[in-house]
Design a protein around this ligand. Structure first.
Ligand code: NAD
Ligand code: DAU
Length: 362
């Protein structure tokens, strides 16, 4: 099924790149970057459109002649084979996943099915389609810093940090990373991996911390901070992640892993207070008024205390660094959500609403 774009109207293709999960948060930024930057590439966006997939995220590029959308599920090998035999992709950038830790605690099996089995299906489909010629091909798997577990007050995750996943989500991502590396060693599949810290920016689904807080501040609802609020995350502007993905896909060394991070650590409570202050200013509310909405709630089970990335390898080898600093990025994000209320409304009236009620009981 192709609700957007169309079949083979693009015949000047230098390369066909299959992006999975392109209707999600990070995937939509990756698709937008590739469609605009490489007019001679054909970008095929394969996405099952789960609760987290939203084609509206791509409204500004979905009529481009080098873009095609394919609704397909990576859990379904038949659907994958059909897409692979239609397009014969030269490269795969794999972002499709169940991505929310709290959902993984409620339903781990869904994370095994999509993140582990779905990734293995995709690896098998790539092996099949590239069996006669692997030259120039690339299977790029997008992963997370959560596979490394939890840090104390000191230190950073490097590419050599042993895996120690602690949530069903991170366990499923760790398993998928292992399969990708196994296909490199066992079958010589040309793979690349990256493990990134927390992303933020436009089109972030409002179950995640930053958009959830921005929306609740706007609506004057309580701001649920898990546990003592002293948990630390390393926040990266999503377009900086998309730029890193573009660079690693084109210039990264086959078989290698690259860590990507924002060098931008925030304790959750400090971040929520910062968002309150930015929103008070943007909404013309009295300074400090939104902070009164902060409510400490029951902690997430197995909550990882601190994540922090050492992105030195990516900087040294490929020259990548984050470009957007914290204050600027948080402000841009808050403004985007205020200016795109209709996007948010449509999500809040859908299945998300039911999930929200189950999670927070309101
Ligand atoms: P997201 O939940 O916003 O988007 C996931 C996308 O995958 C959606 O469009 C969804 O429809 C699609 N999808 C889910 N199951 C599918 C299936 N079975 N078949 C086909 N498509 C399916 O996720 P995100 O935050 O954009 O994350 C994208 C990737 O980046 C994930 O692999 C995630 O693990 C990784 N990652 C995310 C972050 C972050 O901070 N968000 C950080 C590091 C790594
Ligand atoms: O580190 C990369 C990971 O970042 C990605 O792999 C995941 O896909 C992505 O969802 C994100 O995981 P986190 O669990 O870190 O993100 P989340 O936005 O769910 O939570 C961020 C922090 O805020 C975490 O310490 C839990 C806390 N939190 C979250 C929510 C939703 C709260 O205190 N209250 C909340 O309501």
């Amino acid at each position: 099924m192709r609700p957007r774009g169309g079949a083979p109207r693009y015949d000047m293709t230098e390369k066909t790149i299959l992006v999975t999960g392109g209707a999600g948060f990070i995937g939509s930024h990756v698709v937008r970057l590739l469609v605009r930057k490489y007019p001679d590439y054909h970008i095929v966006n394969l996405d099952a459109l789960t609760y987290a997939g939203n084609l509206e995220n791509l409204r500004d590029v979905d009529q481009a002649p080098n873009y095609t959308f394919e609704k397909a599920d990576i859990r379904d090998m038949g659907q994958l084979q059909a897409v692979f035999s239609r397009y014969h992709p030269d490269g795969i950038i794999h972002l499709a996943a169940e991505s929310h830790v709290d959902r993984s605690i409620n339903n781990p099996a869904a994370f095994v099915e999509t993140n582990v089995l779905g990734t293995v299906n995709l690896l098998n489909a790539a092996r099949q389609v590239w069996k006669d010629a692997q030259e120039g091909k690339r299977f790029y798997h997008i992963s997370t810093d959560e596979v490394y577990g939890s840090l104390g007050d000191e230190g950073f995750f490097t590419e050599e940090t042993p895996y120690d996943p602690r949530s069903p989500y991170s366990a499923s991502k760790a398993a998928s990373d292992h399969f990708v590396r196994a296909y490199f060693h066992t079958y010589g599949l040309p793979v690349l991996l990256s493990n990134c810290s927390n992303n933020y920016g436009p089109y972030h689904f409002p179950e995640k911390l930053i958009p959830l807080m921005i929306n609740n501040i706007r609506e004057g609802k309580s701001l649920p901070v898990y546990g003592d609020g002293q948990y630390t995350r390393d926040w990266l502007w999503v377009e900086d992640h998309a730029a890193a993905i573009d660079l690693i896909f084109h210039k990264g060394r086959i078989g290698e892993t690259y860590n990507i991070g924002g060098n931008n650590e925030w304790k959750n409570i400090d971040l929520v207070e910062k968002l309150c202050d930015i929103m008070d200013e943007l909404l013309g509310r009295p300074a400090g008024s939104s902070r009164e909405l902060i409510t400490f709630v029951k902690d997430r089970p197995g909550h990882d205390r601190r994540y922090a990335i050492d992105a030195g390898k990516l900087k040294d080898e490929l020259g990548w660094e984050p470009t957007i600093r914290a204050e600027e990025g948080f402000r841009k994000t808050a403004k985007w959500y205020l200016e795109n209320e209709a996007w948010l409304r449509r999500i809040l009236t859908g299945e998300y609403q039911k999930y929200y009620e189950a999670q927070y009981g309101v």
